[in-house]
Design a protein around this ligand. Structure first.
Ligand SMILES: CCCCCCCCCCCCC/C=C/C(=O)SCCNC(=O)CCNC(=O)[C@H](O)C(C)(C)COP(=O)(O)OP(=O)(O)OC[C@H]1O[C@@H](n2cnc3c(N)ncnc32)[C@H](O)[C@@H]1OP(=O)(O)O
Ligand SMILES: Cc1cc2nc3c(=O)[nH]c(=O)nc-3n(C[C@H](O)[C@H](O)[C@H](O)COP(=O)(O)OP(=O)(O)OC[C@H]3O[C@@H](n4cnc5c(N)ncnc54)[C@H](O)[C@@H]3O)c2cc1C
Length: 672
């Protein structure tokens, strides 16, 4: 089903906006993509994937039933996978199967989500990160070639966060050299895994490993759950879909139970720990948490995923705000574009800046992740705790911030933002899930807090700490940092806030222990503060990284690109400084006058960015197919598209709905 899209002239308001642009859009796009060659490659891939119109739907997803939606998503997933397999991977290289370009083009095919997303997103990365070379040779080519389709089944009905509490068992039987998978209780049923309900024929399962009568904790196993020919669940497997949810409607999130289901010994993913033929358990020599590697990988990728989603929402809301006019400011004057309202700019410009902040930080985080993984491969796991702390807090804060900014984008579009055809509700519900999955917000910040408390104690006793907390060496023993309204000053203030909060947590824990609590209770009682301290640390990392990366990446840019990129980064610093005035008053010497000045400069910056706003979102270079939005298309023909989408409502298929004759008319006639 291909839909023909009428070509329209660009709305005059948007055309005028584009004439105001004073910087080279392509240069900014290159910075976001990571270089000119990357932009060219992305465009080439987008042309291959999208130019033939296979991604377009005649009937909008939201007008389909649950079953139709799933079937349509499968149809398109197969078309898309074929394009990826036959044409796109040739350009990116097989090893870059998780390239952001593939993720971006996938969004043109799926307004919601592909049932195959978890296959490429988690199943394949788990094979890569957790298999021995022999296992990799066996499974990976099949998975990349879509000969097998997998899911990642870790969470259970009873436990998601507390992995050590998972109940599924994998008991080794040395006589048959097999593991017996079993779900002993209803709460041990696997629950939530994307693609598991109806699509996958294999999955990675996390289960408690028992061998020689002893439990060795959770390990990963690769399990075939359906017949490859008939697709029927194998005997001993109970599998299905978990039912309608807020988003992820076409992801067939599933449940899975095992009734003494047997798999060969070789199906335990044994890169980090293994079970010998005789049942002898050999522990990971490196680090006990390496089996959690896929989660760390996804947390790292989610930061750029948040940038992408926020850039979509910002593009939609800013283009719409340039076209939408509302309220006479003065009698008989034309109504202004709503983008001219400073309150609208306050809602939206931070979204552009945040998309940049997350994008640049995500590249830095990705490089850090790669470097740590290279060390791990050589047997050095020293940097793993820092990577875990960093990826945990950046995942938590980026998903949470993206979610609230996307909601602001929806508010910024008034009533029309509530329409599914605007795509904002889809983007919102997709991002809402990211705050929970791969580790809930609070839980992950508490992981970072554990690391920060240890780092504080090291810094306090005069020892050097790892790079991302190096500011503790400078600030751990300082009471209040001297306020300075330059970018360096603001960054240092964020570091002082983080250090101040971590220090306060340590003191609270110590005071509670002194007053008779044990460490666990003292920690528990301090967790509200610990979450706030970890968030503050994350903000310090974000402002510092964004600033440094922006300076580094614009070194050879033209003057106006430097200026506009600089303005966005300053806006980001000021926005968060103003959001955190209470903390600044507590941990720096900032005065009321300084804060008033900051507010004024922030408002001036909004005005300075205003003429470039539309071009800044054009620089995200998101094709209409990817935006899927009646409000955000490049041509800005908002009202025509809203009307066009309204016509597609199934309720408009007939002039009179049968319910009139069945119910309303009898009611009107008193015959009901
Ligand atoms: C086409 C391209 C595709 C791209 C795709 C991009 C988009 C991706 C979309 C993906 C869609 C995903 C859908 C969702 C999937 C899922 O949600 S899968 C399930 C995810 N589940 C979780 O994340 C659970 C969260 N819980 C945990 O991570 C852990 O249980 C815990 C909270 C960290 C605690 O673990 P536990 O085993 O109880 O450990 P502790 O005893 O508390 O800690 C011991 C020490 O170990 C440290 N530690 C914990 N985890 C790690 C780690 N991963 N790495 C390193 N270290 C770790 C911990 O901090 C403790 O340290 P100390 O303080 O030093 O003791
Ligand atoms: C759309 C979606 C897709 C998913 N896909 C998958 C998948 O493919 N595979 C898979 O295995 N899983 C998947 N999940 C599951 C997901 O990983 C879990 O839901 C997530 O890790 C949270 O765990 P939970 O649901 O057990 O929440 P809970 O841990 O029960 O959290 C409930 C509340 O308790 C709080 N809480 C819990 N523990 C603590 C603590 N120690 N300290 C303080 N507060 C705490 C949390 O902050 C939260 O507010 C998916 C989830 C969603 C929503």
């Amino acid at each position: 089903m291909k839909a023909n899209r009428p070509k329209r002239d660009v709305h005059p308001d948007l055309a005028r906006e584009r004439l105001k642009c004073n910087f080279n859009i392509e240069e900014v796009t290159n910075i976001i993509d990571g270089g000119k060659d990357k932009t060219l490659e992305r465009k080439k891939i987008e042309d291959i994937a999208l130019n033939n119109g296979a991604c377009l739907d005649e009937i909008p997803d939201e007008c389909l039933s649950i079953k139709e939606r799933y079937e349509n998503a499968i149809r398109k997933s197969c078309i898309y996978s074929n394009i990826v397999r036959n044409e796109m991977l040739e350009i990116t290289g097989m090893e870059n199967f998780e390239s952001p370009v593939l993720r971006r083009t996938a969004d043109a095919f799926f307004k919601d989500i592909s049932p195959f997303m978890l296959h490429l997103g988690m199943f394949v990365p788990t094979l890569i990160g957790q298999s021995t070379p022999e296992q990799m040779a066996e499974w990976l080519p099949k998975a990349l070639d879509m000969k097998i389709i997998g899911a990642y089944a870790q969470t259970e009905l009873g436990h998601g966060t507390f992995i050590r509490g998972l109940e599924t068992t994998a008991t080794y039987d040395p006589d048959k050299e097999e593991f017996v998978l079993h779900s002993p209780t209803i709460t041990s049923y696997k629950w939530w895994a994307g693609g598991l309900g109806k699509t996958a024929n294999h999955c990675v399962v996390m289960a408690q490993l028992y061998t020689q009568g002893e439990c060795h904790g959770t390990h990963l196993f690769i399990v075939q759950i359906r017949d490859l020919d008939t697709h029927m669940p194998l005997p001993g497997i109970k599998v299905g879909e978990i039912g309608p949810r807020m988003g992820f409607s076409s992801a067939d999130n599933g449940f899975l139970g095992f009734n003494s289901f047997r798999i060969p010994r070789q199906n335990m993913l044994m890169k980090h720990a293994k079970v010998e033929k005789d049942g002898c358990y050999v522990k990971s020599a490196k680090h006990g948490k390496l089996t959690y590697g896929t989660m760390v990988f996804i947390r790292v990728t989610l930061v750029s995923e948040m940038s992408f989603n926020l850039s979509k929402a910002a593009t939609i809301a800013i283009r719409y705000s340039a076209v939408r006019r509302q309220t006479e400011l003065r009698p008989n004057e034309p109504e202004p574009q709503i983008l001219d309202y400073p309150t609208q700019q306050h809602k939206l410009f931070i979204c552009i800046a945040t998309a940049h902040a997350f994008q640049l930080t995500s590249k830095w985080l990705w490089d850090t992740f790669q470097a740590v993984m290279a060390d791990v491969r050589k047997g050095n796991v020293d940097a793993l705790p820092e990577l875990h702390a960093l990826s945990s807090c950046l995942k938590a804060v980026s998903t949470s911030d993206a979610l609230s900014h996307i909601e602001q984008c929806r508010f910024a579009c008034g009533g029309h933002g509530y329409m599914l055809s605007s795509n904002l509700p889809f983007i919102y519900s997709f991002v809402a899930a990211t705050r929970t999955y791969e580790g809930d917000y609070t839980v992950l910040l508490l992981q970072t807090a554990r690391f920060l408390v240890k780092a504080w104690e090291q810094a306090e006793s005069g020892n050097n700490v790892t790079p991302t907390v190096a500011y503790l060496n400078r600030t751990a023993n300082t009471k209040r940092v001297v306020w300075d309204n330059t970018h360096e000053g603001i960054i240092q203030s964020f570091q002082a806030i983080a250090a101040g909060k971590i220090g306060q947590c340590v003191r609270s824990i110590r005071d509670r222990i002194k007053s008779g609590m044990d460490y666990e209770d003292a920690w528990l009682m301090t967790t509200v503060q610990l979450v706030a301290a970890a968030e503050a640390h994350c903000r310090a990392v974000l402002v510092n990284t964004y600033w440094n990366e922006m300076i580094r990446l614009t070194k050879s840019s033209s003057a106006n690109v430097k200026t506009v990129m600089h303005q966005l980064a300053v806006l980001y610093l000021m926005y968060w400084a103003l959001e955190k005035t209470g903390d600044l008053l507590k941990y720096s010497s900032v005065s009321k006058q300084d804060l008033d000045d900051l507010q004024r400069r922030y408002e001036e910056l909004l005005a300075a960015l205003r003429p470039n706003a539309v071009s800044l979102v054009d620089a995200f270079d998101l094709r209409d197919e990817i935006l899927h939005s009646s409000l955000g298309s490049y041509d800005g023909c908002v009202y025509e598209r809203l009307m066009e989408e309204a016509q597609k409502s199934p309720l408009n298929a007939e002039p009179v709905n049968p319910s009139f004759h069945k119910y309303i008319k009898p009611l009107m006639q008193g015959k009901l």
